[in-house]
Design a protein. Structure first.
Lengths: 222, 201
């Protein structure tokens, strides 16, 4: 469908151009990950044990950072009203916008995780498993956040309300993401068990995000 | 096709804006909404564009092609121009053409018609208020939709651009389209009925 293709290319252009904030999530992620070893001290065993958790917390917060502008920017300049008058179904519009957000936020985080993991003294197996879980799990964070972004689309400073609404819903993703990452470096549960639950959570949040956010945007009118 | 409104009422956050508003606009006809500030002209246009739900009454489009709803048949030019500062006019128009469907003129051709042919590759952040407005109006040309909902369409336009805009609307009406415009300045449409929206503030 060419309307959705045009939307995806517009979202990506807006993200990478001046004022788009496409790299904001990645820089925030880097700041969090670099500052943690300084705060915890030079205990490499401790760092490598809590490393996957730190990467996951940083990824969740970095995803939240840019989400408040996902619909708000379009609601402010009137684009959202016109997009809703377009022919593409609103559910698919939401999925495409969230996917574009993930491409510029979640995907770079996952790809940068092996590099940032070195700062946290992660062993090689853990680097691979954290990257895999972030690759599969960050879409879930984005799609859950999309519902909150749609609910706060017309609020001037919606970021705070968005975080409060969305963070509790991100907790299951965080739990299974971290436990899958830890499973690779030892422990009693196999890697695949929490990893498959994480995949399931991502698919569930894709559907929840699409219908929840579209419903919230429609309810926001009038 | 016809746009029919019967006994429409509008409420914004619990306060009544207007009541018992009825009109019919058929293909080839223009309707100009007049009234003082706050009378509900913009609210009526937003209602027609599907952004506000009527508090009472009926709003329908009759003999519509392919059973489409009014928002799917309408162009909406509001106070906000729906332009992104970092996109160029050509990119914006290309996007809206794909998004609104029914491609008509090419973006470059529409820009030239509105006298913006030279500014196609300049980011929208550098456009003046009048140029931004003309770019928003160019949206009417890149995608073919029969109903034009125009909220103060000539705001920020100079005299020459206003005449150009009147010509565009006349062409649209001559081709069987509909136009509903809210305005304070006299618009030069050839065929237009007037509808005064009044009521208590």
């Amino acid at each position: 469908m060419s309307a959705l293709g045009a939307l995806l290319s517009r979202e990506l252009k807006l993200a990478v151009r001046i004022g788009g904030g496409g790299a904001m999530g990645l820089v925030f992620f880097l700041m969090l990950v670099t500052i943690v070893p300084f705060a915890i001290g030079p205990d490499l065993n401790l760092l490598s044990r809590i490393g996957p958790a730190i990467l996951w917390i940083a990824a969740a917060l970095a995803t939240l950072l840019g989400l408040d502008r996902l619909f708000q920017a379009d609601a402010e300049d009137g684009s959202l009203d016109l997009i809703m008058m377009g022919e593409a179904p609103l559910e698919l519009v939401v999925v495409v916008k969230a996917f574009a957000h993930w491409l510029t936020t979640g995907l770079p985080l996952a790809l940068a995780a092996p590099l940032f993991g070195l700062l946290l003294a992660l062993p090689t197996e853990a680097l691979a498993s954290v990257t895999a879980t972030l690759l599969v799990g960050t879409p879930a964070l984005t799609f859950i956040g999309t519902v909150g972004a749609a609910l706060t689309a017309s609020l001037r400073r919606g970021g705070l309300v968005l975080s409060i609404l969305v963070l509790p819903l991100m907790v299951p993703v965080l739990i299974f993401g971290v436990s899958a990452s830890n499973a690779a470096t030892g422990g009693t549960i196999p890697f695949l068990t929490p990893f498959l639950v994480l995949c399931g959570l991502t698919l569930f949040s894709l559907v929840l995000g699409a219908f929840g956010a579209a419903g919230a945007l429609r309810a926001g009118q009038g | 096709m016809r746009v029919v409104a019967a006994d429409l009422a509008c409420e914004r956050s619990g306060r009544p804006v207007f009541r018992n508003l009825s009109f019919t606009v058929a293909g080839g006809e223009g309707l100009v909404l007049t009234g003082r500030n706050g009378a509900g002209k913009s609210s009526l246009l937003m209602m027609l564009a599907g952004q506000i739900v009527p508090a009472a009454g009926r709003l329908a489009v009759e003999d519509a092609p392919a059973e489409k709803t009014l928002p799917e048949l309408a162009h909406y030019i509001g106070h906000r121009d729906a332009l992104k500062p970092s996109l160029t006019p050509l990119e914006s128009l290309g996007f809206w053409q794909a998004m609104l469907g029914h491609a008509a003129r090419a973006p470059q051709e529409a820009l030239e018609r509105l006298g913006l042919g030279h500014a196609g590759d300049l980011p929208c952040a550098y456009l003046s208020a009048g140029q931004r407005r003309r770019l928003a109006l160019a949206r009417l040309l890149v995608s073919s939709r029969p109903v034009w909902l125009l909220d103060e369409p000539t705001a920020a336009l100079d005299a020459a651009s206003q005449r150009l805009f009147d010509a565009l609307v006349d062409e649209h009406l001559a081709a069987g389209g509909l136009a509903i415009a809210a305005t304070h300045v006299p618009l030069g449409f050839r065929t237009a009925t007037r509808l005064a929206i009044g009521g208590t503030p």
